[in-house]
Design a protein around this ligand. Structure first.
Ligand SMILES: O=C(O)CCC(=O)C(=O)O
Ligand SMILES: [Fe+2]
Length: 199
């Protein structure tokens, strides 16, 4: 994947390849995209199964793509809708930087500080051996936590700001877990777009 260092910060962590690009979108286009996706995406709340118990997922989601391939995780199977022009525009902007062609975008809406995304790796088998994930943040900034699977002392957190891009690639999903924790602070809504490759 091509990404000149001048355009992003490669996190100084072992066993992973994670790049943060804080100013990926201008504030104006990030504002406009937030408003558009908030209003026009058909957000759904699925149930997830954790240790045999069923809970409503603590955020809303939607799936878009340029093929018919479903995406399955945590016992949920999502069918994609066709990419919208705005999702295609953002995807093209990411592809220019990364030289990777993305097929699918999972959108997350965190309505407030109680919404979250628990510890996981994006290692579903449809994503291939070394998944490439391009994650765009719109709206409220939230912390993104990382922890190494076996070296328990290795932890990291990064504040993902409005209009930023975070790229995970290489062996990242084999060795690290990530989460968006809850926060007790009164905060606003955040939309996250995670572009993925499901060939
Ligand atoms: O909201 C985020 O920044 C992370 C989302 C995520 O990890 C996922 O959808 O797999
Ligand atoms: Fe993830």
């Amino acid at each position: 994947m091509l990404l000149p260092f001048s355009e992003g910060e490669l996190l100084n962590l072992p066993d992973c390849e994670i790049t943060y690009v804080p100013d990926f979108l201008s504030a104006e286009s990030a504002d406009a995209y937030f408003k558009e996706f908030r209003e026009t995406v058909t957000w759904q709340q699925d149930d997830i199964k954790v240790f045999g118990k069923v809970y409503p997922q603590p955020r809303l989601t939607a799936l878009y793509g340029n093929n018919e391939k479903p995406y399955s995780y945590s016992g949920i199977v999502m069918q994609p809708q066709r990419f919208t022009p705005s999702l295609i525009a953002i995807k093209n902007q990411i592809e220019t930087k990364t030289q990777v062609e993305f097929t699918t975008c999972l959108l997350n809406l965190y309505r407030n500080g109680k919404d979250s995304n628990g510890w996981h790796a994006d290692n579903e088998k449809e994503l291939g051996e070394n998944p490439v994930i391009a994650s765009v943040t719109l709206g409220q900034e939230r912390y993104f936590h990382l922890k190494h699977r076996s070296k328990k002392e290795l932890k990291y957190k990064i504040l993902l700001k409005h209009g930023s891009l975070l790229l995970m690639q290489g062996e990242t999903q084999h060795h690290w877990l990530h989460q968006i924790p809850k926060t007790a602070r009164p905060i606003g809504e955040r939309i996250n777009l995670t572009f993925r490759v499901i060939p």
